[in-house]
Design a protein around this ligand. Structure first.
Ligand SMILES: Nc1ncnc2c1ncn2[C@@H]1O[C@H](COP(=O)(O)OP(=O)(O)OP(=O)(O)O)[C@@H](O)[C@H]1O
Length: 239
């Protein structure tokens, strides 16, 4: 057991006058990977946006590696090695895969590791190596997701956040992607993952938080309780 690399302490946040997150407290990186789950629209993405500096919280602290980063710019948070892969492949369509990878390594802390990280990405996603000069707009959904995660790995993450990485993927591609995410985790990068596929989330995570109406309604730590698929579903939908 190690210290958490990230602690979210009493975070309240929202959009304009609408409050979405209410006094959220959780931690990541102490036991391994953290899985976040819960019904649609209950604030998971909003929480990730607060962590990565895309949304300023109304109150609370986001402590990454001992420093409160709440309200810091997204750019400086990336430079700390906290990397967020948002939902839905937000990539520049006219860049090639190679360009995306170079862009991922732009941050000063990532540049010295560019070559080693490129090798890791190519090993993890051999399909990308075959299409290195191909433009993003010509890629399939699965390939774009690989580019998104590959670009994040080029940023030399110390903590990697994935928002619904398997969303909308066909079963075979999804299986490939799940295997790659598990491989990333075995490589020692702690993950925070939002995912609707509970089986995958249970396989990947050592610690789980259920986000319900913008608050943590259940936390499951290793050894406390082991939840199966059916119990998780009943937490989701009620009895
Ligand atoms: N940019 C925005 N402006 C205003 N309201 C927003 C914005 N983004 C999200 N919301 C609102 O915040 C609430 C939480 O949305 P959020 O995307 O965080 O939920 P989620 O749990 O990640 O859902 P999903 O699983 O569907 O992505 C929703 O009511 C949504 O309408």
């Amino acid at each position: 057991m190690s210290n958490p690399i990230l602690s979210i302490e009493g975070v309240t946040a929202g959009y304009g006058r609408v409050t979405v997150l209410r006094d959220i407290t959780l931690e990541a990186g102490r036991f391994g990977n953290v899985g976040l789950f819960g019904p649609n629209g209950h604030g998971k993405t909003t929480l990730l946006r607060v962590v990565s500096g895309l949304l300023k919280p109304q109150s609370g602290r986001v402590v990454f590696d001992g420093v409160d980063i709440a309200g810091e710019s997204a750019r400086s948070i990336v430079a700390r090695g906290l990397i967020h892969v948002p939902q839905g492949n937000r990539l520049f369509p006219d860049l090639s895969i190679g360009d995306c990878m170079a862009l991922g390594a732009f941050s000063p802390h990532a540049r010295p590791h560019e070559e080693e990280n490129r090798e890791k990405v190519v090993k993890l996603f051999p399909k990308l190596a075959e299409r290195w000069r191909q433009k993003v707009r010509t890629l399939s959904g699965g390939e774009r997701q690989m580019v998104s995660i590959g670009t994040a790995l080029m940023s030399h993450p110390r903590l990697l956040i994935l928002d619904e990485p398997t969303l909308g993927l066909a079963p075979k591609i999804k299986d490939e992607l799940c295997a790659s995410v598990l491989e990333i985790s075995r490589g020692g990068v702690p993950l925070i993952v939002v995912e609707q596929d509970i089986e995958f989330l249970l396989e990947l995570s050592q610690q789980l938080y259920l986000i319900d109406h913008g608050a943590v309604s259940t936390e499951i730590k290793p050894g406390e309780k082991s939840l199966g698929h059916e119990e998780i579903m009943s937490m989701y939908f009620g009895h």
